[in-house]
Design a protein around this ligand. Sequence first.
Ligand code: OAD
Ligand code: ZN
Length: 245
Amino acid sequence: EARTALLELIEQSDNIVAFTGAGISTECGVPDFRSKDSPWMRYKPIEFNLFLSDVLMREEAWRRKFALDDIYSMAQPGRGHYALANLVQQGKISAIITQNIDNLHQMSGVDDEHIIELHGNGTYATCLSCGLRHELANVRHDFETTGAAPECRSCGGPVKSATISFGQSMPEEAMQRAHDVTRACDLFLAIGSSLVVYPAAAFPLLAAQNNARLVILNGEATPLDSEADLILRGDIGDILEPFSS
Ligand code: OAD
Ligand code: ZN
């Protein structure tokens, strides 16, 4: 059976990379992107250039951001997060590469050295000019009292959620780290991702080309299934539950 095969692969390896997508967090109440009814399907995403050039779009981006935060900023890690945290603790997983911005890997007890965020983090904001970190509670307070898109208290530059928008360049250091750990691993677990967004989805491909075993855990088929050594189709929390305690 596929779950026994997964157990065996994990037992045999001590250099596993986990690569996570929104499907690991849906049981925590965080919506994914491409399932029907996803709040992300409601609007056309605001591309980075528009955020920079159009102050009305910038305000709109913040309105959307805070509306979503009202829905899921209270989310807590789920079974999948705790399973991966345990495997990190046991020295099995060398890194978690995540496309998620929900901070739930950190909240499950994994330290920053083991987490690589490809699409940033939605639990704080940064100034696009000087890089200064801004706390969302302050940004929100200012936005809701003035109605104006927030500006950096240090340099006056535009403040943006610390996530990567479409059209924005990928974080260089995270990309480099992801590349290095992927090349070094012998088992790569792609978990809860539709594997359609690049460059992120290039990492499972790189792993397979580099002769690591590639395992895909997802509720539905992905375009990379033909590259996988093992596919587990089912609920992420159920599949990873045996590792979560
Ligand atoms: P998607 O929404 O594209 O894919 C999530 C996958 O998880 C889908 O195939 C779902 O069927 C599956 N899924 C959801 N809940 C599940 C569960 N409980 N058990 C098993 N499978 C489940 O999300 P990502 O692949 O993470 O980028 O999306 C990639 C990127 O697209 C995101 O990081 C985001 C988005 O645009 C940026 O914002 C830059
Ligand atoms: Zn600044």
